[in-house]
Ligand binder design. Structure first.
Ligand SMILES: Cc1ncc(C[n+]2csc(CCOP(=O)(O)OP(=O)(O)O)c2C)c(N)n1
Ligand SMILES: [Mg+2]
Length: 322
C-alpha cells in the first residue's frame, strides 16, 4: 500500500469503478435488447484485473478470457471504443466484428478477450517469449478462470513457461464456478501446488482485496522482469452476475449474491481502506464515481447512435499480412 501514491490509488479506484459502471450499464442495455450476441460480466472481480494491471505498461501484454471487459479497461482500452464494439459498431475497437468476447487492442498490449476457455495461456507464452528474445523488459500475463485452469492448454503453458524461463504470470481467477459447476467439484488439488509441480512459485490471494492482489502481482511481475521466470497467482473472488446475461443461476444458494455484495465487495473494501487510513477522502471518491458515470453514459449514447459495419466490411480483415 505504501508503494502507491495518492494519484495511483485514485487511478486504481477509477479503473475499478469504471469496470463496475461499465458492466452495470451493459447488464441494463442487454436486458433492454439493445446489445447483440452474448455477454459475460466481470462485476465483482475488479480488484484482480486492476490489482494486476496497475503494475503494467504498454510494453506488457495480457491475454484475457470470455469475461474480458474488466481486463480491457484495467489495461487502458478506450471505454467508448469498447462499448461500440459490444454494440457491433463499425468504429468499435475491432471494427464491430468481434463483440464482447473478442475485444482486443494491441497498441495497449491487450491481446484480446477470448471465446476459447484456456486460449489465453499459450498466447502469453508467445508474447513472453518475444519479450525475452527482443529484450523489451516486458512481461505477459494470462488471466484464466478456475474452469480454464483445468484445460490442457493451460497446463501445457505452465510447462512451456517454466522450461523456456519466460517472463509470464498466470492469474487464476477463481470465482467458484465454471458456468454452473462449482470449482470444488471440478478442480483437483491446489492451484498453488500445481504451479509448484511445474517448478514455479505460486501464491493464493484474496481477490476481493485490491491491495493483496497488487502486492502479489508486484512480486511476481518484478521477479519476471528481473529474469526470475514465471509464476502463478490464485485469486479467490466472486462474480456479481450470472455466468452469462440471461443465466437463471439455479445453482446458487438463495441470497448468495446479495451476501457477497454486502460482505466482500472489492470496491466497498477499497473505499473503506483508503478513507480509514486518510489516503483518499469520500468526497474525492464520490467525484470519481460521478466522472465515471458520465464517461460510461456517454459511451452508451455514442454506441447507440453509431453505425454498424457495411456489407463491404465483410470482405476486409479476412487475411492478415505480417
Ligand atoms: C474450449 C472451450 N470449452 C468450453 C467452452 C464453453 N464455456 C464457456 S465459458 C465456460 C466456463 C469457464 O469457466 P471459468 O474458466 O471458471 O471462467 P468464468 O466463466 O467463471 O469466469 C465454458 C465451459 C468454451 N468457450 N471453450
Ligand atoms: Mg470460474
Amino acid at each position: 500500500m505504501l508503494q502507491l501514491s495518492r494519484d495511483d490509488l485514485a487511478l486504481a479506484y477509477k479503473r475499478m469503478r469504471t469496470i463496475r459502471e461499465f458492466e452495470n450499464r451493459v447488464h441494463e442495455e442487454f436486458s433492454a435488447g439493445k446489445i447483440p450476441g452474448f455477454v459475460h460480466l466481470y462485476a465483482g472481480e475488479e480488484a484482480s484485473a486492476v490489482g494486476v494491471c496497475m503494475n503494467l505498461g504498454d510494453k506488457d501484454y495480457i491475454a484475457s478470457t470470455h469475461r474480458g471487459h474488466g481486463h480491457c479497461i484495467a489495461k487502458g482500452c478506450d471505454v467508448e471504443g469498447m462499448m461500440k464494439e459490444i454494440y457491433g459498431r463499425k468504429d468499435g475497437l475491432c471494427g464491430g466484428k468481434g463483440g464482447s468476447m473478442h475485444i482486443a487492442d494491441l497498441s495497449k498490449g491487450m491481446m484480446g478477450a477470448n471465446g476459447i476457455v484456456g486460449g489465453g495461456p499459450p498466447l502469453v507464452c508467445g508474447a513472453a517469449l518475444s519479450a525475452k528474445t527482443l529484450k523489451t523488459g516486458g512481461v505477459a500475463i494470462a488471466f484464466v478462470g478456475d474452469g480454464g485452469s483445468n484445460q490442457g492448454t493451460t497446463l501445457e503453458s505452465y510447462n512451456l513457461a517454466k522450461i523456456w524461463d519466460l517472463p509470464a504470470i498466470f492469474v487464476v481467477e477463481d470465482n467458484g464456478y465454471a458456468e454452473s459447476t462449482a470449482s470444488a467439484w471440478s478442480v483437483g488439488g491446489s492451484q498453488v501446488k500445481r504451479a509448484e509441480g511445474f517448478g514455479m512459485p505460486g501464491v493464493e490471494v484474496d481477490g476481493h482485496d485490491f491491495f493483496a492482489v497488487y502486492e502479489a502481482a508486484k512480486g511476481a511481475i518484478d521477479r519476471a522482469r528481473d529474469g526470475g521466470g514465471p509464476s502463478l497467482i490464485h485469486a479467490r473472488l466472486d462474480r456479481h452476475f450470472g455466468h452469462f446475461e440471461g443465466d437463471a443461476q439455479t445453482y446458487r444458494a438463495a441470497g448468495e449474491q446479495d451476501k457477497l455484495k454486502a460482505e466482500v465487495d472489492c470496491l466497498k473494501r477499497f473505499r473503506q481502506r483508503v478513507t480509514e487510513t486518510s489516503l483518499l477522502d469520500a468526497k474525492a471518491l464520490d467525484e470519481i464515481d460521478q466522472q465515471v458515470a458520465s464517461l460510461v453514459g456517454h459511451a452508451v449514447t455514442a454506441a447507440e447512435s453509431a453505425q454498424p459495419p457495411s456489407a463491404e466490411d465483410l470482405l476486409t480483415d479476412v487475411y492478415v499480412s505480417y
